[in-house]
Design a protein around this ligand. Structure first.
Ligand code: HEC
Length: 121
């Protein structure tokens, strides 16, 4: 079961254009870190996309909700851009699915600019 959709916790000063100026809650931070470990090589820095994998902030704005995200993590997905691998056997990713979604949602909502966020104390 996917459970309730994760939320994000982000505080940025007005007009911030870099995540380095922002503070994020534990889950959003763990999501950023996990994304940087497992997803960045295809989906690009700060989820902005690469030549062979899409910008995930855009996907969350348009077609990927929490249930779809959960499904794709387990089953993978081959679409027009290419092949998204299944992470069904990757416990490190499965454990961080909620935090990764929280981070991507903050990016999709433009609540968090690109870059490395600072963890709230
Ligand atoms: C080996 C490269 C690769 C890696 C690693 C990868 N992805 Fe993907 N992912 C893709 C490609 C390619 C697509 C685009 C599929 C399409 O739409 O054609 C994609 C699509 C997606 C989608 C959109 C699915 C949809 O229905 O539109 C999500 C969400 C996603 N990836 C999340 C992740 C997350 C989170 C990680 C890290 C845990 C990750 N991906 C790691 C290649 C990758």
């Amino acid at each position: 079961m996917a459970g309730p959709a994760p939320v994000y916790d982000v505080s940025c000063p007005a007009g911030a254009t870099q995540a380095e100026k922002c503070q994020v809650g534990k889950d959003t931070y763990v999501g950023w870190r996990s994304f940087a470990t497992h997803c960045v090589q295809c989906h690009g820095g700060s989820a902005m996309g690469s030549t062979f994998a899409p910008n995930l902030a855009e996907r969350l704005k348009t077609r990927v909700d929490w249930l779809r995200f959960h499904y794709v993590m387990h089953h993978g997905y081959t679409g027009k851009v290419g092949a998204m691998p299944s992470f069904a056997k990757n416990n490190a990713v499965l454990k961080d699915m909620g935090p990764i979604y929280s981070y991507l949602l903050a990016r999709a909502d433009n609540a968090l600019p690109p870059g490395r966020p600072v963890k709230k104390p």
